[in-house]
Design a protein around this ligand. Structure first.
Ligand SMILES: Cc1ncc(COP(=O)(O)O)c(C=O)c1O
Length: 375
């Protein structure tokens, strides 16, 4: 079976983890500091703090920005459940806008139209292959006095005007889940603006505990328990060093997908990479020509699985989830997010794949699509 995603953990990393396990210090400690140091360098000196997941990083980012009951956060429906869940979890109201039809990034003009007196932040998810226009995003946020939380789970290593994502902007979150560009088994990071915010994240991620001068401790608000263990940090540190190689491999696979997919007509593809565009590729998603295909997406995916190829769905439309509908959304509200949610298929893309694996996936897609048309 060709997996849909698969991290590469080399022997050197496994040995390094064994050394951490033998060191006697396995929860958050020196390796967390080293990982945060290297992530911060990656973000040109902006402070980075690691947590147990990007989900935790988003929750803490919202708390750091002081967002809670009565506040609204504008976000895009074409993203992962975390985005909706964390806005609701801190007591705020999600305001969904549609995505751009090809890049799938948040439609900024719609966001502009939805800004009201209760809006506190814009939280876009960047898509592989094309970042949101950060100049336009921050231009709008600054003019309206809004915080920005960039969900960069899918795009660590993408570059904007010569800077890594995370090196510019307001609050930026990364994921180190095994299907991301780099992993820490589980883990995430929050990049902040200054030392005061970094200190606040440290408190928010560890029970809300403050240490007092007399050696005792106090809590003034209910913090979470999101500190990353050293074992995970050691893996993350090793993976960050290998990130450029991982990204180059992923990009070569994506270029092959584009070459081969030209022979698989009728699927809509993501924006094609161009030389020097600086974009990273975490996923390769195609849209099936469902109306003309006499086959459901499920049947298409099952047919690929029968040929030994695993696929995924990224993503369902958040505003049509049971939780999203509680905020009054219904089918037809955000047509691009709905169209994509109905027809998208995520094809395998990971560093253990070869160009021949891509050829096999494309040949299988062509065969199944042909059968679907003939049905
Ligand atoms: C776009 C996006 N944002 C956030 C997350 C949450 O990441 P984590 O699993 O590290 O909490 C994911 C996870 O898949 C994601 O796809």
């Amino acid at each position: 079976m060709l997996k849909f995603a698969s991290p590469r953990l080399d022997e050197e990393t496994i040995e390094a983890v064994a050394a951490v396990l033998r060191s006697g210090h396995i929860t958050s400690g020196p390796w967390v500091e080293r990982f945060e140091h290297d992530l911060s360098s990656f973000c040109e000196g902006r402070p980075a703090r690691v947590l147990t997941s990007a989900t935790a990083a988003i929750e803490v980012a919202l708390q750091l920005a002081g967002i809670g009951p009565g506040d609204e956060v504008i976000t895009c429906s074409q993203s992962f459940f975390t985005v909706l869940n964390m806005i609701v979890k801190v007591g705020a109201t999600p305001v969904f806008v549609d995505c751009e039809p090809v890049t799938r990034n948040l439609d900024l003009e719609q966001a502009r139209a939805r800004i009201g007196p209760r809006t506190r932040a814009i939280m876009p998810t960047h898509w592989p292959g094309s970042l949101m226009d950060l100049d336009a995003l921050y231009g709008l946020a600054k003019a309206q006095g809004l915080r920005v939380i960039e969900d960069a789970a899918l795009v660590i290593g993408s570059r904007w005007r010569g800077h890594n994502v995370g090196a510019v902007g307001d609050l930026v979150t990364f994921s180190f889940h095994p299907n991301k560009n780099m992993t820490a088994i589980e883990g995430g990071a929050l990049v902040v603006n200054d030392a005061t915010e970094a200190r606040r994240v440290e408190t928010l991620r560890f029970h809300g505990i403050e240490r007092l001068a007399d050696g005792t401790r106090d809590v003034a608000f209910p913090g979470g328990k999101f500190n990353l263990p050293d074992v995970n940090a050691r893996i993350g540190l090793a993976q960050l060093a290998r990130l450029p190689a991982f990204l180059a491999h992923r990009r070569a696979l994506v270029e092959r997908y584009f070459e081969r997919f030209l022979t698989v007509p009728a699927c809509e593809l993501p924006p094609r990479p161009s030389a020097g565009d600086g974009m990273s590729w975490n996923m390769f998603c195609v849209l099936l020509p469902l109306p003309e295909l006499r086959m459901s997406r499920k049947a298409f995916r099952d047919a690929l699985a029968a040929r030994g190829i695993a696929t995924g769905v990224s993503y369902e439309a958040l505003h049509l989830s049971t939780l999203g509908r509680r905020y009054g959304y219904q089918r037809g509200d955000l047509p691009q997010a709905e169209r994509i949610a109905a027809s998208t298929v995520t094809l395998p893309l990971h560093v253990d794949m070869t160009l021949e694996d891509v050829d096999r996936v494309c040949a299988a897609c062509a065969e199944v699509l042909e059968q679907g048309r003939a049905a």
